[in-house]
Design a protein around this ligand. Structure first.
Ligand code: ADP
Length: 305
């Protein structure tokens, strides 16, 4: 059986971005400057990343029966994500984020999770056969925690590697942590998960990651922005430096990292090789504007020396 495929279980949103000179006061109406819609959501971004790199990538998520679903599905499919396992919610709308950006670049964001938070353990269960056909399962925390927990169980039962990107962070039950092969927090997420503040040194990051290993996580892979990422296993910590780049937009750097890491593991790369590759893909993504549009193809990465 060829298990080079990747399964992403997660969220998809339509981000609606308004640019205005200033934020309106309560009760005030303003004319803004610009409006754009961008496909987003951590699950969708990570799936698009893996698919654009060339991985056979399947997506399980829930969207509303509305126009945003049509646009999102069209976008993800055109980037190569297999959308056959999507669930449709007749009650809740597709997830959206309303983002206002002022003249100084500050933003205000309201997220309506909508159908994302209706993705249930039973939904994932209904796609169970798929778990036996993939080598890597990747999830985030923009769907209900019990659904993530069921996903972890199904991945374990199918013998697939389970990667959890704990974003946005919340405290996780030990039973779930024990099923995670790779946990990929950024620094702030690690602080929350480990319940301790982290100083600027690597030893402090290692110490926090160790707390999660103590609870049963297999490997902790901490992303450290322009510093790269730290791989922590029981007894060892290894820093993988980031490539120096001119950062243009760091939106979805973490998503690029996770999608690329899952892709590389699914291709049978060793963990150090996969981390190097993920750093590289994520660094590339920060040199471009946008989330899904900033994800490179394999050819982009090869050419980018
Ligand atoms: P998040 O986007 O989730 O906050 P990070 O900021 O830690 O995550 O970034 C994720 C990964 O993206 C990093 O581990 C690194 O590989 C890459 N990265 C982020 N910012 C930069 C940068 N300025 N230069 C190079 N690589 C970067």
């Amino acid at each position: 059986m060829d298990r080079n495929a990747i399964l992403v279980v997660g969220s998809a949103n339509m981000d609606m971005v308004v640019v205005a000179e200033k934020f309106p006061q309560p009760g005030e109406t303003l004319f803004g400057r610009q409006f754009n819609m961008y496909p987003g959501g951590k699950g969708a971004n990570q799936a698009v990343c893996a698919a654009k790199l060339g991985g056979e990538t399947h997506f399980i998520g829930r969207m509303g029966n509305d126009l945003f679903r049509e646009r999102l599905v069209q976008n993800m499919a055109s980037d190569g994500v297999v959308m056959d396992h999507l669930l449709i919610d007749e009650q809740e709308p597709t997830g959206i984020a309303l983002i206002t950006v002022d003249g100084g670049g500050e933003n205000e964001i309201i997220v309506i999770s909508g159908s994302n938070m209706k993705l249930s353990p039973a939904d994932v269960e209904s796609r169970r056969a798929l778990f036996n056909r993939v080598g890597v399962v990747l999830a985030q925390l923009e769907i209900p925690l019990e659904t993530v927990a069921r996903t972890a169980e199904l991945a374990a039962a199918a013998g697939a590697c389970f990667i959890l990107n704990p974003a946005p962070a919340c405290k996780l039950p030990v039973k779930l942590l024990q099923r995670v092969d790779f946990l990929t927090p950024n620094r702030l997420e690690l602080e929350l998960l480990a319940g301790m503040s982290i100083l600027d040194d690597i030893e402090s990051v290692r110490c926090a990651a160790q707390r999660l290993l103590d609870q049963g996580v297999g490997n902790v892979l901490v992303t450290l922005g322009e510093r790269g990422s730290l791989w922590v296993t029981p007894g060892e910590a290894r820093l993988f430096a980031a490539r120096r780049v001119q950062a243009v937009d760091t939106t979805a750097a973490g998503d690029a990292f996770n999608g690329a890491f899952a892709f590389a593991l699914s291709r049978g790369e060793t963990v150090p090789q996969a981390i190097h590759f993920a750093n590289r893909v994520a660094a590339f993504s920060v040199t471009r504007m946008g989330a899904q549009s900033s994800m490179p193809t394999a050819a982009d990465i090869e050419e980018w020396v």
